[in-house]
Design a protein around this ligand. Structure first.
Ligand SMILES: [Zn+2]
Length: 233
């Protein structure tokens, strides 16, 4: 509902007819409907407001060229992995229940979660206002803003022998209002022998190193010096 500001005292002081200022916002801010405000202001305030609007050149912009409103605060962030592979390839996360352990930073207040939080493909939470779904929706503990993150399943890639010792994107996340700042690989990876195709399931990379023995190829296998970085897409 429109609120009227009390201007009686000002009117008396300036002995002038107050100007009516009307404001409407249709950007669907916080999923609200059209936001409308009204206020009565002095002529000098009205002139200053007009000057600010003219200076911003906003009236020269074309609505048709404006970015779609639902893209505000949304960004894709890629998780890149780097490792040294010894006689194995096709290193990949397995299954819908694979846990991506992340630390998240709120884009509004900068708060970083202390604990590791995991997100999984199998989880889907509806976003307010019919804006689709996300793997996780959470309220920031500090500023209470509701943020979300979605695992983009089609972007999940394996890390192969030809990627050895180079950063490669293994997954992309769609983030609204937050961004991942740290990643902790844990259990749930699989890989296979380069020549033998022997499957190694349930590889745990928490220690950043993993070793085993390929009976078929009669050679040792391993994954070493696992590191990561985040890249904005
Ligand atoms: Zn926050």
């Amino acid at each position: 509902m429109a609120k009227r500001l009390k201007t009686t005292k000002c009117m008396g002081r300036f002995r002038q007819k107050p100007r009516k200022l009307r404001y409407a916002n249709n950007s669907n801010y916080k999923n609200d409907v059209m936001i409308r405000k009204e206020a009565y202001v002095h002529k000098s305030v009205m002139e200053e407001l007009k000057r600010i609007i003219d200076d911003s050149e906003i009236t020269k912009e074309d609505d048709a060229l404006w970015p779609p409103p639902d893209r505000v605060g949304r960004q894709k962030i890629a998780l890149q992995l780097k490792a040294t592979l010894e006689n194995v390839t096709n290193l990949r996360p397995v299954g819908e229940d694979f846990r991506w352990y992340l630390k998240m930073k709120c884009g509004n207040c900068g708060e970083i979660s202390e604990k590791w939080q995991y997100i999984r493909l199998m989880d889907s939470v509806a976003l307010k206002g019919g804006r689709g779904s996300a793997s996780m929706v959470q309220k920031c503990k500090l500023c209470s803003r509701e943020n979300s993150i979605e695992i983009l399943s089609s972007t999940i890639k394996s890390y192969n022998v030809e990627d050895n010792e180079k950063f490669k994107t293994i997954v992309e996340f769609e983030c609204r209002g937050l961004e991942p700042v740290d990643f902790q690989p844990q259990a749930g990876f699989a890989a296979e022998g380069v020549e033998s195709r022997t499957i190694f399931s349930d590889i745990n990379l928490q220690e950043k190193d993993w070793t085993d023995y390929d009976e078929k190829a009669q050679e040792s296998v391993g994954i070493y010096e696992v590191t990561h970085q985040f890249v904005k897409c």
